[in-house]
Design a protein around this ligand. Structure first.
Ligand code: C2E
Ligand code: MG
Ligand code: MG
Length: 266
């Protein structure tokens, strides 16, 4: 697909941000719903533009992903991954307990390049045990090349990193996916859980998916939890972890450290 004028502007903005180290990583906590314990976090990229405005990934990730050369998005994702490793080093340098952090990997990592080597080389250089790092791949990546996705998941898990399936429930073949792949975490897409949680069909489906995932030994994370009713509903249906605006917007590094510190984990 050809780049529009806007795409070219976006690409220039991203490359300049990479050069000038204006790619930022925000962190959204994931909690155990029963006791509100902070357990893990997801890394979400942003770009700080020249006017110090924060640009959300929806404005540039799709443009990077649609480039013919997958190097554009790969390079970006590796910058984010490296920053997350540095962040874990920072927590360690403060004497704080490390907690698992997952990064989003584009489906464009499915093609040939040995992504798992980059993950382990970077983590090993910074002496971060692999269990503290995870990757999130959207379920819809299986539509591109299900076998290649299966292979990538296997290789990444063999290196000791966690693999999460992101936006579960929005793709085409959810249950077949669960048969074909073993992953550590299933992230229930926010579209699964309405605000009032009163629809009996929704209740049965959410409870059923949580049950199936648990029977398969997977952890279930509900995404996009915005209010207390959803939180209680998910807690009552044994959802393992909850992530969403109910506990605020994703944090900057410093905000996350303050929050984590305040949660009594140091
Ligand atoms: P995602 O991985 O599914 O991340 C969750 C998105 O939902 C985030 O949007 C987050 O800010 C937002 N969110 C969190 N809680 C709530 C809530 O309670 N309600 C609602 N309505 N939304 C909530 P964000 O940060 O704009 O990221 C959008 C997408 O961009 C991500 O979806 C992910 O697919 C992609 N992305 C983010 N960072 C990276 C990255 O470093 N690399 C790649 N390849 N993609 C990334
Ligand atoms: Mg994600
Ligand atoms: Mg998601």
């Amino acid at each position: 697909m050809e780049n529009s004028e806007r795409d070219i502007e976006v690409l220039e903005m991203v490359y300049k941000a990479l050069e000038e180290d204006r790619v930022k990583v925000f962190y959204q906590p994931q909690f155990e719903p029963k006791n509100c314990t902070l357990v893990s976090a997801e890394a979400l990229c942003r770009i700080e533009n020249e006017y110090h405005e924060i640009i959300l990934p929806g404005n540039f990730i799709p443009v990077l992903e649609k480039q013919r050369d997958p190097e554009a998005i790969r390079r970006f994702d590796w910058v984010v991954f490296t920053k997350v490793c540095r962040f874990l080093c920072r927590l360690r340098s403060y004497g704080m307990k490390l907690l698992p952090i997952s990064v989003n990997l584009s489906r464009r990592h499915l093609t040939s390049d040995p992504s798992e080597h980059y993950l382990s080389t970077t983590a090993n250089t910074m002496k971060i045990p692999h269990r503290y790092l995870g990757v999130e791949i959207t379920e819809s990546a299986a539509e591109d090349d299900p076998l290649e996705l299966q292979r990538l998941i296997y290789k990444i898990r063999m290196q000791g990193f966690r693999v999460a399936i992101d936006d579960f429930g929005t793709g085409q073949s959810n249950f077949k996916f669960l048969i074909d792949n073993y992953v550590d975490i299933i992230k229930l897409d926010k579209s699964f859980i309405s605000h009032n949680c009163e629809d009996p069909h929704e209740q049965v489906v959410v409870a059923g998916v949580i049950h199936i995932a648990k029977m398969l030994g997977m952890t279930v994370v509900a995404e996009g939890v915005e209010d207390i009713r959803q939180w209680n509903f998910l807690r009552d249906h044994n959802c393992d972890l909850i992530q969403g605006f109910s506990m605020g917007e994703p944090f900057t590094e410093d905000e996350f450290i303050d929050f984590y510190h305040g949660n009594g984990d140091i």
